[in-house]
Design a protein around this ligand. Sequence first.
Ligand SMILES: NC(=O)c1ccc[n+]([C@@H]2O[C@H](COP(=O)([O-])OP(=O)(O)OC[C@H]3O[C@@H](n4cnc5c(N)ncnc54)[C@H](OP(=O)(O)O)[C@@H]3O)[C@@H](O)[C@H]2O)c1
Length: 331
Amino acid sequence: MGDMTFKSYVVEEQEDQFEGSVKKKAIEDLPQNELLVKVHYSSLNYKDALSATGNKGVTKSYPHTPGIDAVGTVVHDFSGKFQEHEAVIVTSYDLGMNTPGGFGQYIRVPASWAVRLPDGMTMQEAMVFGTAGLTAGLALLKITEALRPEDGRIAVSGASGGVGSLSVAMLAKLGYSVAAVSSKEEEREFLLTLGACEFLPRKDFEKESSSPLLKGEFAGAVDTVGGAVLSTLIRSVKPMGTVVSCGNASSPKLELTVYPFILRGISLVGIDSQHCPMDTRETVWDRLAYQWKPDVFETLYNEITLDELGNAIDLMLEGKLKGRTVLNLEA
Ligand SMILES: NC(=O)c1ccc[n+]([C@@H]2O[C@H](COP(=O)([O-])OP(=O)(O)OC[C@H]3O[C@@H](n4cnc5c(N)ncnc54)[C@H](OP(=O)(O)O)[C@@H]3O)[C@@H](O)[C@H]2O)c1
């Protein structure tokens, strides 16, 4: 089937300009790895938007097919780990970065990158979660290890985005009081529907302040934006609180003193979904399928086709997308 063609979103570089379009590719164009998967769904993550617009920190060479997430059925697996037609999830590792990713109808990857689709989860649901859900799930592991719902409110920043909205919905499902920090007043109702108990404008967390500590308002926080917002959150957490740093949608910088750590005993925990060990991945995917699955699943995503992908990437870079964007590769 090496000469069989399939549709793929290909980003090409021309004189420092990056342009994406849907093209035909052949199976033989894919790298020589052991696991060939027919992709049914993928999803859009911030890293894909960076890869699709020429961020060389994510993708070194073009033409390239982004897509750090994929779910589909096994065509063959020369490692023997998976059976033909079995449903598998592949997220992160190098998928979509320098290995052709889930924005194409086929991927060929090492079998060690794949997780069996858990019972209790559809392929579409797996991509409503995707890397954003795995990341939110890893953050949830850290929060639930450190804090109980009665310890107080958990702030979630970038709350209307993928990692943020899933964190809000899953923390609320587990009984935590969630303060959703967002720039989008128009998404207040959406965030309250996900289970947030309050909406806090992001601008209140971006104010300049040289105070090493602020009023301790939250038991903990999940941050997806970095920069001033993360600095404010760390300084606003009560003694012995936990702050989980997941992303840098605003900035990779972090200005702080050591006082939140040595005067309040705050823990700052990082999440790296890309290098997360396989046993932890399997634990998180199993919990996403059952006890953590948000009750409000239908409100969390929008489904698009390959032809609509370019527009969705632009909206993501402008911070205008809400929740998760699932890519249907069979439509
Ligand atoms: N550590 C990991 O393993 C891991 C895994 C996945 C993602 N990430 C990172 O997590 C972050 C969020 O990813 P995502 O997929 O959830 O992206 P997303 O869906 O685009 O959401 C990002 C959200 O951040 C806020 N935001 C956007 N631009 C901003 C800016 N300039 N300043 C402040 N806030 C801004 C917006 O929320 P509001 O309008 O509601 O404020 C936006 O919806 C990214 O930095 C991504 O690279 C990390």
